[in-house]
Design a protein around this ligand. Structure first.
Ligand code: ADP
Ligand code: 5GP
Length: 214
C-alpha cells in the first residue's frame, strides 16, 4: 500500500536527485521508492536512445531523434542535459518548476554530469549516489540484466570509474549490496529531507496562528 505523504499545502517541493553508474540498481531502487510514495512527481527525461523492451514513450522517457533533441536544446527547453554512453539525455525544465511550485517532490534519475548541473539550479535538493558493492558485481548485474549488447556493457563498465570518482560531490552515498537495506537508506534520506525546515515554509506560522496574536 503506498504511504500517504502529508498535505502539500504548507510544503515546498524538494528535488531528490539520484545518480549511479549503469547497473548499480538505481532503476530498481527508484521504482521501489515510487511505489511507496505514489505522489512523487517523476521527471521524465528526453533521450536519443532507442526504447528498450517494455519502455513506453512519455512514461519512461520521451524518445526523440537527435535532430529533435538538438532543436529543443537550442530553444532552452532543458534544465540540464548531457551525453551519456553515446546518447543525449535531458530534463525538461517546465514540468519540474510546475511540480515544485505545487509543493510536489520531484525525483530525478539522471547521470552525474546532469546531477551536478541540477545542483547549480536547485542547490537545496537532496543528491544521492548509488554505489555497487564492487566492480565485479557491477559487471555481473549489467550482464544479468540482459538488456544491453556486449559492447554497450563494456562501455558502461568503462565509464563507471569516472562516475564513481564524481560521487564525492553528492550528499549521500548508498551502497546497493543488500537491496532491502539500500531501499531503507534511500527512504530514510528522503523522509529526513522532507522534514527539513527549509521545505516547510508555512508550517510554523500556521501552528502559531492557533495561539491567536500576530
Ligand atoms: P541501473 O538502473 O542502475 O542501471 P538496474 O536497477 O537496472 O540498474 O539493476 C541492474 C540489475 O541488477 C538488474 O537486473 C537488477 O534486478 C539487479 N539488481 C539491482 N539491485 C540489486 C541488488 N541489491 N542485488 C542484486 N541484484 C540487484
Ligand atoms: P539508461 O540509458 O540506462 O536509461 O540511462 C543511462 C544514464 O543516463 C543513466 O545514468 C541515467 O540516469 C541517465 N539519464 C537519464 N535521463 C537523464 C537526463 O535527463 N539527464 C541526464 N544528465 N542523464 C540522464
Amino acid at each position: 500500500m503506498p504511504s500517504k505523504t502529508p498535505s502539500t499545502a504548507d510544503r515546498m517541493g524538494l528535488c531528490l536527485v539520484i545518480s549511479a553508474p549503469s547497473g548499480a540498481g538505481k532503476s530498481t531502487l527508484v521504482s521501489r521508492l515510487r511505489e511507496e510514495f505514489a505522489d512523487f512527481a517523476y521527471s521524465v527525461s528526453c533521450t536519443t536512445r532507442g526504447p528498450r523492451v517494455g519502455e513506453q514513450d512519455g512514461v519512461h522517457y520521451h524518445f526523440l531523434t537527435r535532430e529533435e533533441f538538438l532543436a529543443r536544446r537550442e530553444a532552452g527547453y532543458f534544465a540540464e542535459w548531457a551525453e551519456v554512453h553515446g546518447n543525449l539525455y535531458g530534463t525538461p525544465r517546465g514540468p519540474v518548476q510546475t511540480q515544485l511550485a505545487q509543493g510536489r517532490d520531484v525525483l530525478f534519475d539522471i547521470d552525474v554530469q546532469g546531477a551536478l548541473q541540477v545542483k547549480n539550479v536547485f542547490p537545496t535538493g537532496l543528491f544521492v549516489f548509488i554505489l555497487p558493492p564492487s566492480r565485479a558485481e557491477l559487471e555481473r548485474r549489467l550482464r544479468g540484466r540482459g538488456t544491453d549488447a556486449a559492447d554497450v556493457i563494456a562501455r558502461r563498465l568503462e565509464n563507471a570509474v569516472g562516475e564513481v570518482r564524481q560521487a564525492r560531490h553528492f550528499d549521500y552515498l548508498i551502497v546497493n549490496d543488500d537491496l532491502d537495506a539500500a531501499a531503507d537508506e534511500l527512504r530514510a534520506v528522503y523522509l529526513a529531507g522532507r522534514a527539513r525546515s527549509i521545505n516547510r515554509p508555512g508550517l510554523l506560522e500556521g501552528l502559531l496562528g492557533q495561539w491567536g496574536g500576530e
